[in-house]
Ligand binder design. Structure first.
Ligand SMILES: [Zn+2]
Length: 164
C-alpha cells in the first residue's frame, strides 16, 4: 500500500459545518418532539466521515462502508486489516473535549440520559468488536486531521507487516 501524506482540504469548511450544524440541531430539537429526533443518532455519510473516506481512498486503502452485520455498524471497515473505524461527532458520542463535555443547560436529565446511553452503547459495541478480533479505531470530529494521519500511519505499518 502506498501511503502519502493527506492534504486536508476540507478542514475549514468542516469546522464551520460542525459548529453551525450543532447550533441548527439544538434549535430544531427545542422545537420538535425530541424522541423522534433522537431515533437516528448515528448519521450516515456525514461530512467528517466522507473526509476520512477520501483520505483513505487517496492513500490507496480500500474499505467497506457501514457493515450492518457488525456491532454498531462501523462507518468504515478495512477487512484486510481486520480494522474498523468509527467517525464520531463529539457531542453525540460524548468525547472528552469541549464539545463533548458541554451538555445543554436545559433539560439536563433528558440529555444526560440520552448522551450517557450513547456512550455506554458505543463501549459495548467496541467491546464486542474486539472480542471477535477487530481492531477498533475512533476518529473524533474535533481532531479529524490528526485522527486521519494516525490511522494512515497505522495502516501503513500494518501493511508493511503483512508484506513481510
Ligand atoms: Zn472532540
Amino acid at each position: 500500500m502506498d501511503v502519502r501524506p493527506v492534504a486536508c482540504y476540507y478542514l475549514m469548511s468542516l469546522k464551520t459545518y460542525e459548529s453551525e450544524g450543532y447550533k441548527k440541531m439544538a434549535d430544531r430539537i427545542s422545537s420538535v418532539a425530541r424522541s423522534k429526533n433522537m431515533a437516528a443518532v448515528r448519521a450516515k455519510n456525514t461530512t467528517p466521515e466522507i473526509y476520512v473516506r477520501k483520505a483513505l481512498f487517496k492513500a490507496g486503502c480500500r474499505y467497506r462502508l457501514h457493515y450492518k452485520t457488525l456491532p454498531g455498524s462501523p462507518d468504515i471497515v478495512l477487512p484486510k486489516f481486520r480494522l474498523v473505524v468509527f467517525v464520531n461527532g463529539c457531542f453525540w458520542h460524548g468525547h472528552k473535549c469541549l464539545r463533548g463535555l458541554n451538555r445543554p443547560a436545559s433539560n439536563k436529565a433528558f440529555w444526560n440520559q440520552k448522551l450517557d446511553s450513547n456512550i455506554i452503547r458505543d463501549q459495548r459495541n467496541r467491546k464486542e468488536l474486539r472480542r471477535s478480533g477487530w481492531k477498533v479505531r475512533t476518529i473524533w470530529t474535533c481532531s479529524l486531521e490528526q485522527g486521519c494521519r494516525n490511522l494512515l500511519n497505522e495502516l501503513a505499518a500494518l501493511s508493511a507487516a503483512l508484506s513481510d
